[in-house]
Design a protein around this ligand. Structure first.
Ligand code: TRP
Length: 330
């Protein structure tokens, strides 16, 4: 069977270096091989986190342009917006009805949210957050994906997708392929400015598509210790060094390690990091600026993407409806 690679990015906020290194770049590298690829904008996932309509639209546009600027070829892949494929939300209900509540109770994202609450553990928690893993399972299973490149924080969701698929197969008949997660070993967690996982929720991102000045400014904000220039520094656990390794060759990394031993100043270390990141992001930024001039481009590409991918979704959903008994009476 041909590999079917699928990954999505939630459309909240501006695309950042974590999205690029964790999802976009590895997915595009995988897509070079003999496989089919499905890349999409998870805009229904965004509704779980925000009611800001302007924000969602701006994010859909920028995340789409981030994919395109990073080299996605819409002729060679399926590129679409989750909300355009209504079959996905329909499948989500079918899967909701066979998913154990206990499985959802165990989801890290949900558990973290209730843990933050004091007297009323459900305060501010919507059912979307609770059922999030089921919508994600639907994204993946509707196309019978085989490989899903994700950041390590999404591994539990992939496990849940596998559980749900297996349960469906067991209750009805073997229908779904059991998909595998692909996590890049050396890029497990992309650290943000404060060393925690780079995420819009932590307000610690390095933007992907910003101008040089903004990029430089955000790199300047990376948290370091207070060692003086000339003091030897430890690269282990250093936020600047960790980010550097995400972009650097092994040779560049060992050179940088040496700089640390020789007491490079934090200013110089950050400059080196900026130069390296900037070199990789420059062509992406240039392409983004160019593509942005065509105001209709994203809508046109997403409409074409939806038209291309919907027949697949609709065929699958038709089969599923038959299987569960939601079809014409005989
Ligand atoms: N939940 C993922 C994230 O927040 C985004 C996502 C939604 C996704 N559906 C998906 C990723 C399906 C892979 C496959 O990063």
């Amino acid at each position: 069977m041909k590999k079917r690679i699928l990954t999505g990015i939630t459309t909240t906020g501006t695309p950042h270096v974590g999205n690029y290194l964790g999802a976009i770049k590895p997915s595009l590298e995988l897509a070079e091989e003999n496989s089919e690829s499905f890349f999409f904008l998870a805009d229904y996932h965004a509704l779980i986190k925000t009611q800001n309509t302007i924000d969602i639209k701006a994010s859909v546009k920028d995340v789409a342009l981030a994919w395109l600027s990073s080299g996605l070829d819409t002729d060679k892949s399926y590129f679409y917006k989750q909300s355009d494929i209504k079959e996905i939300t329909e499948l989500s209900w079918i899967l909701t009805c066979i998913t154990a509540k206990g499985l959802m109770n165990r989801a890290h994202a949900y558990k973290a949210a209730i843990a933050e609450n004091k007297s009323d553990e459900d305060k501010g928690i919507n059912m979307g957050l609770f059922s999030y893993p089921i919508l994600m399972a639907s994204d993946i299973l509707i196309f019978n994906s085989t490989h899903v490149p994700v950041g390590s924080d999404q591994l539990q969701h992939l496990e849940m997708t596998r559980d749900i698929a297996q349960r469906f197969n067991h209750l009805y008949k073997k229908t779904f392929n059991i998909p595998e997660a692909i996590v890049q070993e050396d890029k497990k967690v992309i650290p943000g400015l404060d060393g925690r996982k780079m995420s819009k929720s932590y307000n610690n991102i390095i933007p992907l598509l910003s101008d040089e000045k903004t990029l430089k400014k955000s790199i300047a904000k990376i948290v370091t210790n207070s060692l003086e220039p000339g003091d030897p520094k430890d690269p282990n656990g250093c936020n600047v060094f960790n980010l550097y390794t995400q972009f650097a060759s092994l040779e560049q990394q060992s050179q940088f390690k040496n700089d640390y031993k020789e007491g490079i100043s934090w200013g110089d270390a950050k400059n080196k990091l900026f130069n390296l990141i900037n070199l990789e992001l420059m062509p992406i930024r240039d392409k983004y600026n160019k593509l942005q001039e065509d105001k209709n481009l994203v809508n046109e590409l997403l409409d074409a993407g939806a038209a291309k991918v919907r027949p697949l979704a609709s065929e699958m959903l038709g089969e599923l409806r038959e299987i569960v008994g939601i079809s014409k009476i005989e």
